[in-house]
Design a protein around this ligand. Structure first.
Ligand SMILES: [Zn+2]
Length: 314
């Protein structure tokens, strides 16, 4: 079973020791969401909570590990396809969405509309694959509300089944379906993830998001007053997952680094600007995305390891 968790656990860079410890801890404390018992397609691009983020160097790291950490942090290409465009749709899943009157559904509609042709989307456009190059073109098909009882994110097949119940994957193969569950995160160590699979033999990308209301571990700290805290939280992790899906959608993988980190992972919980403007004028407190080109040119802002390869826009 190919899971991005395994390369993370095996990687020996100093910064990942902290993450290994955190994952072990999460396995102990999250029986219902235990990542090792999940079934279905591989869980890619897991967006770890703030607590589980690697924190730069680890003083206990071996000399060999520190030597590896001094290598270029840029991502390398692993032979797979990318998403040249994305046909996006959001799914709000859970009984509480039936009577929901807050700003999360309208807000995420605006987010996906404004992502198209945004400078933020442009941060992934340097990546190429067997099927071409990522572009900033995304086409949002709107949202679906499903008021059946939701689940958490511990089983990718459960989430894929939910997507297949509601949509026919876009015939281009570039469909991306974002499932916003009304289940809170609880003890799970991640805020969201993305994956890929098929519905009736048709390929698609999909992603899962916990309800993050009042969840300090997955909160970007948006003080703009433009959005509720819950919307700000899911919009931030949505940028992470969609950017990763576009640059590393499925197996075999496309762009990730020597520890398995994708472009969202490498800049998780770091912000290059107080607010990022999308193409429709909406503004978001949203993490940057790793750019190999920016790192090489020294023009990015630093990630949590001090590596200057993060961009909020291009
Ligand atoms: Zn990720």
């Amino acid at each position: 079973m190919k899971m991005k968790l395994l390369p993370l656990l095996l990687c020996a860079t100093g910064m990942v020791f902290a993450q290994t410890a955190a994952v072990n801890q999460s396995e102990e404390t999250q029986a219902p969401e235990n990542l090792n018992v999940q079934s279905g397609p591989p869980m890619l691009g897991i967006h770890w909570t703030r607590d589980f983020q690697p924190n730069g160097r680890n003083d206990n790291a071996s000399p060999a590990a520190l030597a590896r950490a001094r290598r270029s942090p840029n991502m390398t290409y692993h032979g797979g396809k990318i998403m040249p465009t994305a046909v996006t749709q959001s799914i709000f899943w859970g009984t509480s969405w039936g009577s929901y009157s807050g700003d999360k559904i309208t807000g995420m509609d605006s987010w996906y509309i404004g992502f198209n042709l945004s400078n933020y989307a442009g941060t992934s456009d340097e990546y190429t694959g067997t099927n071409g190059k990522v572009t900033s073109i995304t086409n949002y098909l709107g949202h679906i509300v499903d008021t059946s009882a939701s689940s958490g994110g511990g089983n990718t097949q459960t989430i894929l089944n939910e997507v297949c119940k509601l949509v026919t994957p876009d015939s281009s193969g570039n469909g991306y379906y974002a499932v916003y569950s009304d289940t809170p995160r609880g003890n799970a160590g991640y805020c969201a993830w993305h994956s890929a699979g098929t519905c009736g033999g048709k390929p698609l990308q999909f992603a899962f998001f916990f309800k993050l209301d009042g969840d300090a571990g997955c909160d970007p700290g948006d003080t703009s007053g433009l959005h509720s805290q819950g919307l700000a939280a899911i919009s931030n992790v949505s940028g992470h997952e969609l950017s990763e899906a576009r640059s590393d959608p499925s197996s075999p993988g496309a762009w990730y680094d020597s520890s398995g980190a994708e472009n969202g992972d490498k800049c998780a919980w770091t912000f290059g600007a107080p607010l990022v403007a999308f193409s429709n004028g909406s503004q978001w407190k949203i993490q940057g995305e790793w750019s190999n080109a920016a790192y090489t040119a020294g023009t990015g802002y630093p990630n949590s390891s001090g590596q200057k390869g993060c961009l909020s826009g291009k």
